[in-house]
Design a protein around this ligand. Structure first.
Ligand code: MEV
Length: 315
């Protein structure tokens, strides 16, 4: 029986999360080593699509809770791509931990869209891919900037400004990022909402923090262009100070960040929505990165990944 496959990958935000929702620039990196795969197989004997996933297995119409965004997306695609409404079985396999700031919901949406367009032999352009991914992302996260979908579907690092065309950002540095999963779920939607509440109730305090994060993103772009690894690390740590002031860090994340800084990280911050999830720490060499990763695991990180700051492009 014919099976179609769609792939996507994890993302991390190097700098600019939360501020990006308010129009500030952010830099995000595709993490190709951590993949989501969706397989679609025709099931003409069923009356509606069947979903197999780590979060839910069963008929599409019964998918509720966190699966509602994905359900909405699949319903839309089924209606749009198949006049006959022939059912299929859709299997989601993901190496991305859910709700840890690595873009698992966006990666799932991107892989589903790619798999179904392949299944129905339809051409898919980047604009439609991101528009469709926004269907589920808006339901899951409330008011996302679109950076997660853009990066989990991208082939290069991105300089991302909400509502503007995607801009590839070449990165070729002799440094390494250690990504460490705190093991604590951090839901992006509520974190974004809490910043929105502060923006409404106390704009005098909140807006300068948001603006400063945008300035740090600009500074990091310069650091990347001029191969300034130490300054880049310092700017990551300054962004963490702003994110902490916005209330999206927490004690568990702060403790891991402290561990990384004591173990020689050049700069450390949360990545993604925060309030749990992952941190990133900058290391000069692969050996430094391995030592940092080990210290973070000893301090309770449940998983670590090492991402060189080159080899960030696919064709
Ligand atoms: C989540 O990965 C990044 C946030 O800035 C939300 C968004 O931009 O959609 C927290």
């Amino acid at each position: 029986m014919q099976t179609s496959v769609g792939n996507s990958h994890a993302k991390i935000i190097l700098i600019g999360e939360h501020a990006v929702v308010y129009g500030q620039p952010a830099i995000a990196l595709p993490i190709f080593a951590v993949q989501t795969t969706v397989r679609v197989t025709a099931q003409p004997t069923l009356s509606e699509p069947l979903i197999n996933s780590p979060y839910y297995s069963g008929l599409l119409s019964q998918a509720i809770g966190q699966m509602q965004g994905i359900r909405r997306l699949i319903e839309q695609l089924w209606q749009q791509l198949d006049d006959q409404q022939t059912a299929f079985e859709l299997t989601i396999e993901s190496e991305l931990p859910a709700e840890r700031g690595m873009g698992s919901s966006a990666a799932t949406a991107i892989a589903i869209i790619r798999a179904l367009f392949t299944f129905y032999h339809q051409e898919l352009n980047q604009r439609d891919l991101l528009k469709l991914a926004a269907l589920s992302e808006n339901m899951i996260h409330g008011n996302p900037s679109g950076i997660d979908a853009a990066t989990t579907g991208a082939t290069t690092p991105l300089w991302f400004v909400k509502g503007q065309p995607l801009q590839p950002l070449p990165i070729d540095l002799q440094g390494y990022l250690v990504i460490a999963d705190s093991g604590q779920k951090g839901q992006t939607g509520p974190a974004v909402k809490s910043v929105q509440n502060q923006m409404m109730s106390n704009p005098e305090r909140t807006q300068p923090l948001i603006t400063h994060i945008g300035e740090l993103s600009q500074a990091v772009a310069t650091n990347i262009a001029q191969n300034q690894l130490t300054a880049l690390g310092q700017n990551l740590s300054l962004a963490q100070d702003d994110l902490r002031a916005l209330g999206v860090s927490n004690s568990r994340i702060d403790a891991l960040i402290e561990t990384a800084n004591q173990a020689g990280s050049l700069g450390t911050k949360l990545t993604g929505g925060g309030r749990g999830g992952c941190i990133i720490a900058l290391a000069k060499t692969q050996t430094n990165a391995e030592q940092l990763a080990q210290r973070l695991r000893q301090a309770g990180a449940i998983k670590t990944w090492i991402q060189p700051l080159h080899a960030l492009h696919t064709n």
